[in-house]
Every structure is written in C-alpha cells, then in structure tokens.
Write a protein that binds this ligand. Structure first.
Ligand code: SF4
Length: 161
C-alpha cells in the first residue's frame, strides 16, 4: 500500500485553528497525495478537547515540546489558562491515529505549539520564534515518525514510498 501521511487538518483547509480558520497548503503534491489516498487529516488540539476558536497558546520560557512531555514546561494561553494536559493528550491521540492508519510520515504546519517542527514561538506572545518542536511533533519524532514542515514538502516526497 502507498505510504500514508498524517497531516495537520488546518493544512487541508479545515477551520480548526485557534482563530477559527484553516491554512490550506496549496501545492500540487497535496492534490496528488489526496488522489492517492495518502493523507490522514488530524488536529491534535481539537482531539485534546480544545474548542474553536480558542485563545492562542505558547510553550513557556523558550522551552519546547520535549520539555512539555517531560513535565518541565507548561503550555499557556495568552489569557493565562494552563492547557498543558490537553496538548499532551492531543499529542498522544495523534500518535495513536498515525499508528492506526499506518502513517510513518507526518506533514505538520510549522510554528504551532502542537504541530511546529522547525520553529515555535517563545512563550512571550510577541511573535518571536526559536528552533524547536511543538508537543505533537516532539512525541511523533520520539516514536519514530518522520515529521516534515510545509517548507520541506519536497523532502517528504523524496522519502515517501
Ligand atoms: Fe492545525 Fe495542528 Fe493547530 Fe490543529 S493543532 S489547528 S492541526 S496547527
């Protein structure tokens, strides 16, 4: 069977982001993979029980998803709410969904405290990013799933089987 790809639901245009919008990735590979039945859409934050819309959230203190999974950092909303548990729960559900659907690769939107895999915001809600993984990207990577950002879609295509 063709290799399947777990994909951030918002990248397919599903209106699941904190601001109630999607962020569709317009690329011929997306259309090709849709036709081939490779894409498995998933939103870790919705799966973890978050609603739409929701306040923006960031991982605190310039830390990253690995720190959240290890209990060293929290995920906090701009409004002060602690959503750490929901983010960890959503990451676990993303991993299970990937495994249940045979996804060895994931294409996740960058910059998100869940899905980011190249850079994430630093926890100060001032638009500053640093290199690092969101919570779901960190968990998937630690479990051997290859995570790609949209900027790396050609690399994903080259490594797909
Ligand atoms: Fe998109 Fe991931 Fe955020 Fe869901 S958690 S809205 S899939 S970036």
């Amino acid at each position: 069977a063709a290799g399947r790809i777990l994909i951030s639901a918002c990248l397919l245009g599903q209106p699941v982001r904190y601001d109630g919008k999607g962020k569709p990735l317009l690329h011929s590979l997306i259309e090709q993979w849709k036709r081939e039945g490779r894409l498995v859409a998933f939103c870790p934050e919705l799966a973890g029980g978050m609603s739409v819309p929701r306040p923006p959230a960031e991982i605190e203190d310039g830390l990253n998803g690995e720190d959240v999974l290890a209990g060293r950092a929290r995920v906090l909303e701009l409004t002060g709410g602690d959503v750490t548990a929901a983010f960890i729960d959503g990451a676990g559900r993303a991993l299970k969904h990937a495994r249940d659907n045979g996804c060895l690769h994931a294409l996740l939107i960058d910059g998100s405290p869940s899905c980011g895999s190249l850079a994430i915001y630093d926890g100060n809600f001032n638009g500053v990013k640093h290199a690092g993984n969101g919570v779901t990207a960190a968990l998937l990577r630690s479990e051997g799933i290859a995570v790609y950002a949209p900027a790396q879609i050609e690399d994903l295509a080259a490594n797909l089987f």
